[in-house]
Design a protein around this ligand. Sequence first.
Ligand code: AHR
Length: 522
Amino acid sequence: MKISITILLLFLLLAGMDAGAQKINIPGEDKLVIITDNSGPVISKDIYGQFSEHLGACIYGGIWVGPDSKIPNTYGIRNDVLFALRELKIPNLRWPGGCFADTYHWKEGIGPQSKRASIVNTYWGGVTEDNSFGTHEFMKLTELIGCDAYINGNVGSGTVREMAEWVEYLTSGSDSPMTRLRKENGRQDPWKVRLFAIGNENWGCGGNMTAEFYANTMKQYSTYLNNYSGNKLYRVACGPNGSDVQWMESLMKDPGTRDMFQGISLHYYSVVNGWDNKGSATDFDEREWFETFRLNLEMENIIRGHENIMDRYDPEKTKGLIVDEWGNWFRVEPGTNPGFLYQQNTMRDAITAAIHLNIFNRHADRIKGANLAQMVNVLQAVILTDNDKMILTPTYHVFRMFSVHQDARLLNMDLKCENYTYAGKSIPAISASASVDKDGKVHISLANLNPGKQITVSCSLIGEPFGKVTGEILTAVAMNSYNSFDKPEVVKPAKFNGFTFKDDILTVNMPSKSVIVLELSK
Ligand code: AHR
């Protein structure tokens, strides 16, 4: 009986929101209906992945200081960064790039650190790296964070043998030249490596290939990436640049190609004012604020375009879409190396993170992973460092607040909200998603994109009754409020009490420019 009432309500509410809203009397213009006992797919925790490239001060200085550094560290990894990262419950960490990945030769980064040859990071700033951070150091980092490794192999300037041997070195338990080498370097047991990418942006920095050429090359590489000793690789093929559906079509249409990967990547950055004239990360007006979110929301259209193709060839949804690079890309901070991509991070970036994570959650049936670009000191970072100092960015706080969605089940919802309009263009003023975790707790994540207006949203919860609601909010005085090394806590989360809960209607007063996560328990 209960099931049929839920189905009836579902029909009324989702087929005709207005009729449904009237029937259960949801007040106001901004309405959210959530069916709490009719959950959808699991939101893969891998959607909350991070990305660490050999780029600027991401690895060297930001994560790795070496065991002899005065900065407190564990096996050379700085403790302040490590402890902060643990709070995020990071599911996986992508490394060593990015464009750097297709220039990286892993054998140059193993063995005694003093004997490793230096390399020049030709892609990012032309700086010399001593190669003290290599495979063993990365695997130790993932172990200390408590996350999975997501390794990106070199297709562009590497060889099939080099990639195959890396997988063998990492994961094989048999006796072989590669596993003997690993043991000589101090690691007896094989590691587990699930996520492995076959090249990066091979339509660009990874070899400037056509889709057809890459598809054939990828098949060749993938053939030799073995599952050793119980390790099961999830091979990620290089997917499209933004909305390039032709690339997706080329990789998906042929069953022989499809069979060679489990996931396919997608990269999309929001670049206000275009690549040649990128906006500032901190010095912006409402036009750029609005434009940033308009570009962020494009992510959903791009995903839909690729989903259409993937659904045609893979209706069972066995292949995952892995958005392993996303975020805001602004001008570098004045006075910093243009090749290091170091940018500050404001309340605007916090809302960007909320918009993206809500989109990924809502597409959990196809999106099986995503990686913010990047984790430390590069682009939309969660952490910034300056010598021995470290700050958490507004984006960090959103990742921490949203971590409750990891491996929870997506809840059906219907959102009707007002628009946020600027200079004649409109976008929805609210971003939202909801999930139910294994303990039956419901989490609703919301963002108010309007920088000048409080919005009251009425959420109707259909299903089992809930007794208790708690909340957390991230907001700031100004659109461009940010945390600096002098003032590290300008933007930080606070307990949120701006709601009422009566007769299964949760009325939430969302301050302008805010991100809120609510928890409902029985
Ligand atoms: O994240 C910075 C760069 O952006 C990556 O190296 C590359 O893959 C992308 O173009």
